[in-house]
Write a new protein. Structure first.
Length: 197
């Protein structure tokens, strides 16, 4: 399985992205050496795609598949793409506050600690639907790992499309997220323009 192992703060600097969107509270005081000249239209579009891929931890081929799927759906392609990315299981675990970062959420799912509707799911890209109940496995709720994580993520705002129960470490997906519920700083229309060339 391919994994993006780029240093997070370095990548955030190059994309002009605040690490808070990834769940990191660190900030880098270092600046890029040479301030860039005016970016071309293509470079701006490519940067937006790279931002979306980096935030959600998706590599190129799966991202292209998400775009193709979003293009086949009804409605605006860019909005559909963001909804597909937001409804990944690893992202839902991150939004619930059961992981500090999306990378950690991916690991939690990989280690078979999460159930969807009572069944263990270990696929981070699993797409949740409205009405799904996502929870920590019953016999794993007492792990010290989750106690440490919930202490750190206690103040995190859970989005409106999730009905979270922090004490029982579970959440119900009340509806699929709308674009206004997704707070990532990505202009999805530039991604659509890039792929439609």
């Amino acid at each position: 399985m391919a994994v993006d192992k780029v240093p997070v703060l370095k990548r955030c600097r190059s994309l002009g992205l605040d690490p808070v969107y990834l769940g990191y509270d660190k900030k880098s005081t270092r600046q890029l050496r040479n301030p860039r000249r005016k970016m071309s239209e293509y470079a701006t579009q490519l940067r937006e795609k790279q931002k979306a891929k980096f935030i959600y931890g998706v590599l190129e081929r799966p991202f292209r598949n998400y775009y193709a799927q979003a293009d086949r759906m009804k409605g605006m392609t860019g909005t559909n793409l963001m909804i597909l990315l937001e409804s990944r299981l690893d992202n839902v675990v991150f939004r619930m506050g059961l992981a500090r970062t999306r990378r950690e959420a991916r690991q939690v799912v990989d280690h078979r600690l999460i159930t969807v509707n009572g069944k263990v799911v270990n696929i981070p890209s699993y797409r949740v639907s409205a009405g799904d109940v996502v929870a920590v496995k019953e016999n794993k709720k007492s792990l010290q790992r989750f106690k440490d994580i919930t202490e750190v993520t206690n103040g995190r705002l859970v989005p409106a499309w999730l009905d979270a129960d922090a004490e029982n470490m579970k959440a119900t997906v009340t509806k699929l997220p709308a674009r206004e519920d997704i707070d990532v700083p990505v202009n999805e229309m530039l991604i659509v323009e890039l792929y439609s060339k």
